[in-house]
Design a binder for this molecule. Structure first.
Ligand SMILES: *[C@@H]1O[C@H](CO)[C@@H](O)[C@H](O)[C@H]1NC(C)=O
Ligand SMILES: *[C@@H]1O[C@H](CO)[C@@H](O)[C@H](O)[C@H]1NC(C)=O
Ligand SMILES: *[C@@H]1O[C@H](CO)[C@@H](O)[C@H](O)[C@H]1NC(C)=O
Length: 375
């Protein structure tokens, strides 16, 4: 090795040592006490993905009940949510697990067709459906968990059956209407007369109509100019989304092709929302990474712990930079029916053993989170 090489090596060693010293000097335990008091930590779910009891106790078929029957080929493992993880019958047991971790809150949705089996008020309200959600809410409250309810439009029986194909499109286009009362100018000119126009009264109703924003964050994409002027939703924006630039991926690859672990993207998104939409109150309503398929591997979900740790640290940075954050929900509390991916994705804190009577096991990430929450 020449002199130059040695010097460079020395310098590198010195830099590494200094870096270590700085890091150890700065290192402090990272736990919920670093967040503002009252900040909510929870985990989420959605009715069709967990409940099962698809046609029980007077429930009518939802758009997903119909879709999985008419088009089994659209679900990779040709499965359905008929039984899912049977939360409908096991919610009490599951609430005990939430309590064991020490979650502050559980996010769930109401299946419209449990309440309105025919999708219309004139068809009558299903008392047993209302009772299920009342019991669920009561049991959450009795165990110190705050219920956070989401209404999913595509669970509604009157939603178009093929509309589900559009739900992965960027929902951020709805932000402008609810904050400013109209679609972004760029969107108006790109989509032209295919974009519905709000009447003045509608615009007034929409403007400033949200109490808070719920944002889902999984990963980030690079964007480049792409083809536009095709009368089709995904290409209207004229953007090509990619996960790598010059062959370098945007974050750490995971088991899922589109999902890269890139926590900084969460902070960037939150700062963007703060700036563009006048500091709204924000909850992160979903944030997740897939884990392994077998019990033995899945329980030791260290990459999921790394994902959660990284994202919570970036979330804290965003709060310190003035983003008005109130809570964070991991996706999901349980491994569940992941829409067109069926049961091939496992996002849960809780492993569900589909081969063994849906037995539940808390993953290491759940125990890590329990410690983070100081329980
Ligand atoms: C939680 O984090 C705070 C701040 O870093 C630290 O002072 C405290 O000791 C931690 N608590 C536990 C139980 O680790
Ligand atoms: C956008 O992506 C498509 C499909 O991957 C590719 O054919 C096209 O060249 C890209 N456009 C630009 C401008 O890079
Ligand atoms: C989720 O992760 C597991 C293993 O880590 C992998 O086998 C599976 O294919 C992943 N699911 C999808 C849909 O990519």
């Amino acid at each position: 090795m020449g002199k130059k090489g040695a010097l460079l090596l020395c310098l590198l060693v010195l830099m590494v040592a200094m870096d270590g010293a700085i890091a150890s000097h700065k290192w402090r335990p990272f736990n919920r006490s670093c967040f503002p008091p009252g900040f909510i930590f929870g985990a989420g779910s959605a009715a069709y993905q967990i409940e099962g009891a698809a046609l029980e106790d007077g429930k009518g078929p939802s758009v997903w009940d119909i879709l999985v029957r008419k088009h089994p080929e659209r679900i990779v493992d040709r499965s359905t949510g008929d039984v899912a993880v049977d939360f409908y019958h096991r919610y009490k047991e599951d609430i005990m697990l939430m309590k064991k971790i020490g979650l502050d809150s559980f996010r769930f949705s109401i299946s419209w067709t449990r309440i309105l089996p025919t999708g219309k008020l004139s068809g009558g309200i299903n008392r047993l459906g209302v009772q299920f959600y009342n019991n669920l809410i009561d049991d959450l409250l009795a165990n110190g968990l705050k219920p956070f309810v989401t209404l999913l439009h595509f669970d509604h029986p009157q939603a178009l059956e093929d509309e589900y194909g559009g739900f992965s499109s960027p929902k951020i286009v709805f932000m402008d209407p609810v904050i400013y009362g109209e679609y972004p100018k760029s969107m108006q000119s790109l989509v032209g007369n295919r974009l519905p126009k709000f009447t003045e009264a509608e615009s007034k109703l929409l403007k400033g109509s949200i109490d808070f924003l719920g944002a889902n964050y999984y990963t980030t994409n690079y964007a480049e100019n792409g083809p536009s002027n095709t009368p089709f939703l995904p290409t209207d924006a004229g953007v090509n989304l990619t996960t790598e630039k010059n062959g370098v991926p945007i974050g750490t690859p995971t088991d899922v092709s589109w999902l890269f672990n890139y926590p900084k993207g969460l902070r960037d998104l939150l700062l963007y929302l703060k700036k563009k939409y006048n500091s709204p109150t924000i909850y992160i309503t979903e944030n997740a990474k897939n884990a392994s398929l077998t019990v033995k591997e899945a329980l030791k979900d260290s990459t999921r712990i790394r994902y959660l740790d990284g994202h919570l640290k970036c979330l804290l940075k965003a709060i310190q930079e003035g983003v008005n954050m109130k809570g964070h929900y991991m996706w999901a509390f349980l491994d569940d029916f992941e829409w067109t991916s069926g049961y091939t994705l496992r996002f849960g804190f809780t492993y569900t053993d589909y081969k063994n009577n849906l037995r539940r096991y808390l993953k290491y990430s759940a125990y890590w989170f329990k410690k983070f929450l100081l329980n």
